[in-house]
Write a protein of this length. Sequence first.
Length: 268
Amino acid sequence: MSSTPRSISVGECGKNEYTPGTAEIEQRLVAHAKKLGTVSANHYLRSLRSPASVRRSLDGSTIRIEGRIDIDTAKSVGVLLAGDVRARNLEVNSQGGYALPAIDIAKAVRERGMALVINGYCMSACANYLLPSTREVIWKDGLVGLHGGVDACAKSVAGIDAVRTWGPLPYLDLLRAAQAERNLSAEQKLPAQLLTLSQQPDRGAHDGQPREWMVIPPGRLHELGIQSVKVESTALFDQVVGSTRDSVIGAFHLWQEPLTEPGLQRPH
């Protein structure tokens, strides 16, 4: 763990949080490529790139993030947005990243009323912050996954055990990042029910079997308070959900349970 709160990753919750190593990711990619082709596997690999690629479309209407979100990602997005009113869309293919830089980007998306274009993966920090910051989602061909949040993590660990697990300074960083997440949720949020369930080792499946992700079907995004969802293709979603034994994202739970807490409805 870094000693800066900008380096707290969504989904990291001390030493008990499972993170696949390089060898396991390579094995998944090989299996995925054999089954679905190298184009699909490369799409996943680009969502993992660090530092992330940040670029603007030729007409200036779209900014694309591809890779893990960190402080340099937020700075690059800020530079591209500064003084340019053309950017209407934020396009993503990201496995997530650090909480605070993602929150910074989410604030910009909300303030400018940008649409979120999911063209690839929108996982972890992308799903926690960028997704609920927008009124409109254009699902070109994507996958959305949750694995808890920094506030849910902070609430699940406390006292001397947390300090022993994290170390004193990283634990304080976690608390600072959790506060930033709570501050953001005053105007935009995923339902706490989902974040709490996806923080559990079984990601809300209630069977005690460890998984890496809770996957959100595109047809349920409207339940999260997103006012407009345009689905162009579900090919990637169908590929991953149909590959439960050798999924490129590892073991997951497909969210199918009723939502008892509605998503925050934002004003037009």
